[in-house]
Design a binder for this molecule. Structure first.
Ligand SMILES: N[C@@H](CCC(=O)N[C@@H](CS)C(=O)NCC(=O)O)C(=O)O
Length: 201
């Protein structure tokens, strides 16, 4: 199997970290691509032109990181996403909040990267408010995930780490020290150490 990824994509990082946590590296080859260059091999399996995308041994390629992670989790007996019940819903909800935080952070960055005259302040400020509210909510819900080792906690850790990469000026660690400690603990794990985005990114 092959996972198309880019080294800075937090959605792909969730998948890569899960693969490492589950020691499935030998089953899934990582293929680095730059989605903005529209590589033919990526477009062939994902018409949306986005990473991550997973080519399986059989069946259609999978797109969208929650689906890809769900599939990766079925490849061995160790469940990072509970199979059913409220525990499953909570993990999926945590992943949804984490993915939403990534969406806001990426939206803001794309806007901020535009020529200053073209930047749309309304959107930047809207996304910044969303990021601030989401951090407050994660702090309120911390008790539900801060000691967990599952896909919900992994997703939140990857999203917080992406804030460090793309919105460092926010200093979210200063305002949310317990969330920062949570991320520090995750950053000690091989899965996050081995998927750190390149310093030049
Ligand atoms: N919902 C998707 C989001 C994937 C996504 O937006 N990936 C970005 C990289 S971080 C991408 O490939 N962007 C290229 C583009 O939007 O054209 C997921 O969870 O996999």
């Amino acid at each position: 199997m092959q996972l198309f990824y880019s080294p800075t994509s937090p959605y792909a990082r969730k998948c890569r970290a899960l693969i490492i946590e589950k020691s499935l590296e030998s089953k899934i080859e990582l293929v680095e691509v730059s989605p903005l260059d529209d590589p033919a091999a990526l477009l062939e399996v994902n018409p949306l032109g986005k990473v991550p995308a997973l080519i399986r041994k059989s069946g259609p390629a999978l797109i969208d990181s929650p689906l890809i992670c769900e599939f990766i989790d079925t490849l061995d007996d160790e469940r990072w996403i509970p199979a059913k019940g409220e525990s499953r819903i909570l993990v999926m909800r945590q992943q949804a909040i984490a993915d939403g935080l990534m969406d806001l952070t990426i939206g803001r960055r794309i806007e901020k990267n535009r020529d200053a005259k073209l930047q749309y302040k309304l959107w930047v400020e809207r996304w910044e408010r969303g990021i601030a509210r989401t951090l407050d909510e994660l702090d309120r819900e911390r008790g539900q995930f801060e000691r967990s080792v599952d896909h919900g906690a992994l997703s939140i850790a990857v999203a917080l780490s992406y804030l460090d990469l793309r919105y460092a000026e926010l200093d979210w660690r200063g305002a949310h020290p317990e969330l920062a400690e949570f991320l520090d603990r995750w950053e000690q794990r091989e899965s996050l150490k081995m998927t750190v985005p390149p310093a030049s990114a």
